[in-house]
Design a protein around this ligand. Structure first.
Ligand code: COA
Length: 220
């Protein structure tokens, strides 16, 4: 299925605007708005799935951990954490993809999020779809972020039909930059000041990495 490549009305991003999960599986909510079945995936060790209420407490605990949030200007309150889940749930309902809740398949343990999103702020390279990740501290250094993100890229390029996926982080976030490099993303060296971080804050300067669909298919 080729679809059309005009800007997706939900994301503003050029690419295929329909994908299998939005076709026969799509249903109507009682209010009459379109509801799409969430895309969910398994990797060798992980399950990328839609969010449930059982994820709210462990996700809020992660977002209140200063070590996990070391490269962010502020910790997230429980309300902010729940609001993010609510936003992602509405994106799954509207378009089938967003930031997934990630669990270790054989234990069912929730480890954090990995996924695709459209940044809510206008950035110098907007419109774009971003890949991002945040895992609880005890799940670092085991290859989970790269494994889950590779599957998220596959969904973005092979199921959603995106032309390009970007990733960005504060310049000093070397663990996150290492994930980008392991994924084959290219440092554009087009560093920028993130408008969501206060002026003069040391975390404001960000780097920008990109991967095109053509390069993804070449690597595969
Ligand atoms: C960014 C973040 C997800 C990176 O986590 P990470 O553990 O460094 O990355 P991965 O999960 O890909 O794991 C890679 C590491 O696992 C090791 N590893 C162990 N077992 C492995 C396996 N079976 N397969 C692959 N790698 C494995 C790798 O050698 C590598 O080691 P290193 O960390 O010593 O270099 C994590 O630091 C994080 O959640 N940070 C806080 C939130 C954040 O900053 N998010 C990004 C904002 S833009």
């Amino acid at each position: 299925m080729d679809g059309d490549r005009a800007a997706n009305p939900l994301t503003g991003v050029p690419g295929r605007n329909t994908w299998p999960e939005s076709g026969p599986e799509a249903g109507l909510q009682s209010e009459g708005s379109l509801m799409t079945k969430p895309i969910e995936r398994r990797t060798a060790r992980l399950t990328l799935r839609c969010w449930g209420d059982q994820d709210r407490a462990p996700f809020a605990a992660m977002n209140a951990d200063p070590e996990v949030m070391r490269y962010f200007a502020a910790l997230w309150t429980e309300d902010a954490s729940n609001a993010a889940i609510d936003t992602w749930l509405s994106q799954f309902a509207a378009q089938g993809w967003s930031n997934w809740a990630v669990e270790i398949t054989h234990t069912g343990e929730f480890i954090g999020f990995i996924g695709l999103s459209v940044p809510k702020r206008v950035l110098p390279f907007s419109p774009c779809v971003e890949i991002g990740w945040r895992l609880g501290r005890s799940f670092w250094h085991q290859g989970y972020a790269t494994e889950g993100a590779r599957e998220a890229l596959r969904v973005g390029f092979e199921t959603v039909g995106l032309d390009e996926i970007v990733s960005f982080t504060t310049l000093t976030n070397l663990p996150s930059r290492a994930v980008m490099t392991r994924l084959g993303m290219r440092d554009t060296h087009a560093d920028f000041d993130h408008p969501g971080v206060p002026e003069g804050h040391p975390l404001r300067p960000h780097c920008l990495y990109k991967l095109s669909s053509a390069d993804w298919h070449r690597q595969a």
